[in-house]
Design a protein around this ligand. Structure first.
Ligand SMILES: O=P(O)(O)OC[C@@H](O)[C@@H](O)c1c[nH]c2ccccc12
Length: 269
């Protein structure tokens, strides 16, 4: 069983527990009663030739399957406010509990703390989770192509849009990019981390970027260790860059974010 498969098995077990506490009809009602979603698509596209620099999706990430604990995050609201101060376009919150040590409580805390669009980062495998994301104030959800068949991907994308949210559709290979685009993805992420082996190769973004159509919002995901990597992604045409570890490990996340965001500007003239 691949890492991805074993994560998903755990996600399904945890989901069944939440479903018995809050039944489907109830979560649907809570989603419908939530404040309308913010426009994440606009937040991510405004960056193409922006003097503010490349858009950053800043992630609240406590732990990862490859590295274990990354940082103690006593209050995700404080971290999220620092991200907002540093000029993040979107804040991503890992809600998977077993490997990433995230939770819906983290999502709630971040949602309450910032005015920016918030991404629920999890392994979405069931309709329930989409209503749940919206009920907890998410504006954007992650869809991992490698974890979904074509029919499910298209169905989940439609459901995301019905709920007023956007989807960051994550691909790792050329074939997955084609599948994302065929399903109707408007925001496509290239994760340079292979979720099956957890290997990271930052050069992979450039290789994949040429397969991204011009009319999708392009996101480079993972592997940022410093401003130079962000600049490279931006140079390869990324509209936004998703950063986790390098931000949560930095003692001054707002400053670090500002450095990442403006890294691409140095290279421009
Ligand atoms: O910590 P990094 O290398 O900056 O990576 C962030 C983000 O891309 C990564 O957390 C991620 C990308 N896709 C995912 C899917 C599930 C869980 C996590 C992820």
């Amino acid at each position: 069983m691949s890492v991805l498969d074993s994560i998903i098995a755990g996600v399904r077990e945890d989901l069944e527990e939440r479903r018995s506490a809050v039944p489907f009809e109830e979560i649907v009602a809570r989603a419908a009663a939530a404040a309308p979603a913010l426009d994440a698509h606009a937040a991510l596209t405004a960056g193409r030739s922006d003097p503010q620099g490349v858009r950053i999706i800043a992630e609240v990430k406590r732990s990862s399957p490859s590295k274990g604990e990354l940082a103690e995050i006593p209050d995700p609201a404080i971290l999220a406010r620092a991200y907002q101060t540093g000029g993040a376009a979107v804040i991503s919150v890992l809600t998977e509990g077993r490997r990433f040590k995230g939770s819906l409580a983290d999502l709630d805390a971040v949602r309450a703390a910032v005015q920016l669009p918030v991404l629920r980062k999890d392994f979405m495998v069931d309709e329930y989770q989409f209503h749940e994301a919206r009920a907890h104030g998410a504006d954007l959800v992650l869809l991992i192509v490698a974890a979904l068949d074509d029919e499910t991907l298209a169905r989940f994308l439609a459901l995301t849009h019905e709920l007023g949210m956007e989807a960051l559709v994550e691909a790792h290979t050329e074939e997955e990019i084609s599948r994302a685009v065929a399903a109707g993805a408007k925001i496509v992420g290239v994760n340079v981390r292979n979720l099956k082996t957890l290997e990271v190769d930052v050069a992979h973004y450039a290789t994949m970027a040429r397969h991204l159509p011009a009319d999708v919002v392009r996101i480079a995901e993972s592997g940022v260790t410093g401003p130079a990597v962000v600049a490279d992604y931006a140079l390869e045409g990324a509209d936004a860059v998703l950063v986790g570890e390098a931000l949560v490990r930095d003692g001054e996340p707002a400053e670090a974010l500002r450095r990442f965001r403006t890294a691409s500007l140095v290279h421009e003239h």
